[in-house]
Design a protein around this ligand. Structure first.
Ligand SMILES: Cc1cc2nc3c(=O)[nH]c(=O)nc-3n(C[C@H](O)[C@H](O)[C@H](O)COP(=O)(O)OP(=O)(O)OC[C@H]3O[C@@H](n4cnc5c(N)ncnc54)[C@H](O)[C@@H]3O)c2cc1C
Length: 271
């Protein structure tokens, strides 16, 4: 059966580099027999704020509205707003989710963060038992595909913005992998507004080539959930710490065992 791909896309302009990257993905993946759906968030005027209006009917506690609890209940009872329910359908059907966006303030634009806040509903996307490598979406893949204003050197370990691996940890580990997704290496288009046209065309060409093999890619490594001890506040188990004691680098950006950050663990598979 044809793989379904969801592209969650946030750019205001059809003439942008992000639009070109999104269009390339639709074209290449469709030509490979995939069924591609695009959630064009600005065109949809997607609501970015997580509020009580996301729930229809009577809320459980109007005095102290708790977004996570109330939306989980509404999800179970079919009382979530129609826009969230429609994104749930797309996400449930998708084998791969691509987030295409321009980096805003070291993260996703607010409208895309709103999609994450509102669509990754408690119960539907995660629970305290079903998360990380035991997560609800563990059979799905997700990836970030984004443009920057900065050049690559500025996001390096010695660069003015700091290490891109650190920048990506909250999105890739704290959101995508938290919900169980196998996270594919990010596609980073460095500084398209500040490079010559030919260099932009080359980046798009490299993206098209990557897309042809995307479904077969190995995901990034994250420390498996069972390496952490729930009885000890989800700390890394002692035997695992001992096993890695002699290694030069830590396990991941988030679990670096007091050692130097492992280079590029958020950017390349198999490092
Ligand atoms: C609020 C805000 C916060 C920001 N925060 C950050 C930050 O934290 N870090 C950071 O690095 N940057 C940041 N930026 C900059 C932002 O990330 C870049 O401006 C953005 O990523 C550029 O992507 P774009 O698609 O908008 O480029 P565009 O400006 O749309 O395009 C770049 C160039 O590509 C051309 N182009 C379009 N289509 C094609 C095609 N098919 N082939 C070849 N060329 C094409 C366009 O004509 C244009 O010349 C921020 C910007 C804003 C507004």
């Amino acid at each position: 059966m044809a793989e379904k791909i969801l592209i969650v896309y946030a750019h205001q302009s059809a003439g942008s580099f992000n639009a070109a990257a999104k269009d390339a993905a639709v074209k290449v993946l469709t030509s490979q027999g995939c069924k591609v759906e695009v959630s064009d968030l600005y065109a949809m005027k997607f609501k970015a704020s997580a509020t009580a209006e996301d729930v229809t009917g009577t809320v459980k506690d109007a005095e102290h509205f708790q977004y996570g609890e109330e939306t989980m209940l509404a999800w179970k009872e079919g009382r979530l707003s129609a826009d969230i329910t429609e994104e749930h359908r797309k996400l449930s059907e998708a084998a791969v989710v691509i987030f295409q966006f321009p980096m805003y303030w070291f993260t996703v634009p607010a409208i895309m963060k709103g999609w994450m806040d509102r669509v990754l509903t408690l119960g539907f996307a995660y629970t305290s038992e079903k998360r990380y490598s035991q997560g609800i979406f563990k059979d799905k893949k997700a990836m970030l595909s984004f443009t920057t204003g900065s050049h690559e050197s500025m996001f390096s370990a010695n660069g003015i913005n700091g290490d891109m691996n650190v920048t990506l940890w909250p999105l890739q580990n704290g959101i995508l992998h938290y919900c169980g997704f196998q996270v594919l290496a990010p596609q980073i288009f460095w500084a398209p507004p500040h490079i010559p046209s030919e260099a932009r065309c080359s980046m798009l060409e490299a993206w098209r080539t990557r897309l042809e093999g995307l479904l077969g890619e190995t995901p990034l490594y994250f420390t498996p959930s069972d390496s952490f001890d729930g009885g000890r506040g989800f700390q890394l188990k002692e035997d695992i710490q001992e096993k890695h004691a002699a290694n030069k680098f830590g396990l991941t950006v988030g679990t670096h065992l007091g050692k130097p950050l492992p280079p590029n663990s958020q950017i390349k598979a198999g490092v």
